[in-house]
Design a protein around this ligand. Structure first.
Ligand SMILES: [Zn+2]
Length: 405
């Protein structure tokens, strides 16, 4: 016999309320009857939970169109301006910030360049704090500020936001989470849910929730920047490894006679298809050059640039074939500069992927991100919403109004 105590009833109610809000945040508005089907709860319980979320201002209810049985079903929608998060994609040469509302809609964004190779953690914290202040000024009247999410191109301890190693920023053992927590506390006397994560893990999260993998349970996201990061979702869950450091596919050795890597090994995937490798192989010497410059040189007739693109395509395919064999993904999403490179080399890449074992290869698609260049940024927003989505009422009660800050 199961005795339901008051606390387990409360826990259940909290869990169910959280599940409904997550469904509305990730999937958009729904009829009450859809929420009944989705949750497996009865109609009146769904009605009560939705009313509680509506009282907290997080959702609205309006009469929808008549259903098949003729009775209009109430339509429940998340309220974008009720709760906001501030999301960052901290890249090697620029920082992108976005103010994102409940339901995932972007309200405001800004981009700020910084000097590559000369960006200290203290500068990063100052930049982030200044961009938070600017974002809050754009927040809708009365919105609750419920989170900050940051994507970093490096190995990050999710638990406390310690950046163990971000070689392309020149950072090692930087306690970014603790530094930001202290700065937020001193500036606002309040620390919203704070998440610091690997950029590719966040790209995988966003593509899984809202992009190419929305109905897939097995997805790999590759962040192509100076380095190559990997975010892996297996059976609907992120594959993080024992310490959260898994998925460092950029240092998978693909070419034993290749270039020496910063990690000490030779012929890492990163040294064959990373942005610096591509620019160098294209014969471009400008240290600020990006993939657009390589593509422009190739279309202007540079055989060196075209050769570099083709070679990168070969190595991209070799690495992907390994990933297909290892993880049996349904979709591999190519982010960062790989997103722009892929359309030029897709046949080369797929020829290499064909070397993977047939059973796994037949199930794998290679795609560019549905969220275009924003996968990591929007993944940072999703991670920042986690606190609210885990316990909406408690977070709303504790949060501060963004515009009052
Ligand atoms: Zn390496």
């Amino acid at each position: 016999m199961v005795i339901r105590t008051a606390s387990t009833q409360d826990d259940l109610r909290r869990l169910n309320r959280a599940r409904l809000l997550r469904r509305l945040h990730e999937g958009g508005s729904a009829r009450r009857s859809d929420l009944v089907a989705f949750s497996g709860l009865n109609r009146s319980t769904v009605g009560v939970l939705v009313s509680e979320l509506a009282d907290a201002g997080l959702v609205t209810e309006a009469a929808g169109l008549p259903g098949q049985v003729g009775r209009p079903s109430l339509r429940v929608a998340p309220v974008r301006n009720s709760a906001v998060v501030i999301a960052f994609d901290l890249k090697v040469e620029r920082t992108i910030v976005a103010l994102v509302g409940l339901g995932g809609g972007e309200i405001w964004r800004r981009e700020q360049r910084h000097k590559r190779g000369d960006y200290t953690p203290e500068q990063a914290v100052r930049h982030v704090m200044s961009l938070i202040k600017q974002s809050l000024r754009r927040a809708p009247e009365g919105a609750a500020w419920v989170g900050v999410g940051i994507g970093v191109p490096g190995v990050v301890d999710h638990a406390d936001g310690l950046v163990r190693l971000a070689p392309n920023l020149g950072w090692s053992d930087v306690p970014l989470g603790a530094l930001l927590r202290a700065a937020l506390e001193s500036e606002y006397g309040f620390v919203p849910h704070l998440s610091v994560s690997n950029d590719a893990d966040l790209g995988a999260l966003a593509e899984h929730v809202r992009g190419q993998g929305a109905v897939k349970r097995n997805l790999i996201y590759l962040s192509g920047e100076v380095g190559i990061g990997g975010g892996i979702i297996i059976d609907g869950r992120p594959m993080l490894g024992a310490g959260g450091f898994g998925g460092e596919v950029g240092h998978m050795v693909v070419n034993p006679v290749g270039t020496e890597c910063r990690c000490g090994a030779r012929g890492c995937w990163e040294t064959e298809i990373g942005l610096d490798a591509l620019v160098r192989a294209a014969g471009i010497t400008d240290p600020e050059a990006g993939v657009a410059d390589v593509l422009a040189a190739a279309s202007a007739g540079s055989r060196t640039a075209r050769g570099a693109i083709d070679k990168a395509g070969e190595w991209l395919g070799v690495g992907l074939a390994n990933l297909v064999n290892l993880f049996n993904p349904e979709v591999i999403v190519l982010g960062g500069h790989l997103r722009l490179l892929y359309p030029l080399v897709s046949s080369t890449v797929l020829r290499q992927v064909h070397h993977a074992l047939p059973a796994a290869r037949e199930q794998a698609r290679v795609e560019v991100p549905a969220l275009k260049a924003d996968s990591t940024l929007l993944g940072a927003a999703e991670a920042a919403f986690e606190g609210l989505l885990a316990d909406p009422m408690a977070v709303i009660a504790d949060s501060v109004h963004a515009t009052a800050s």
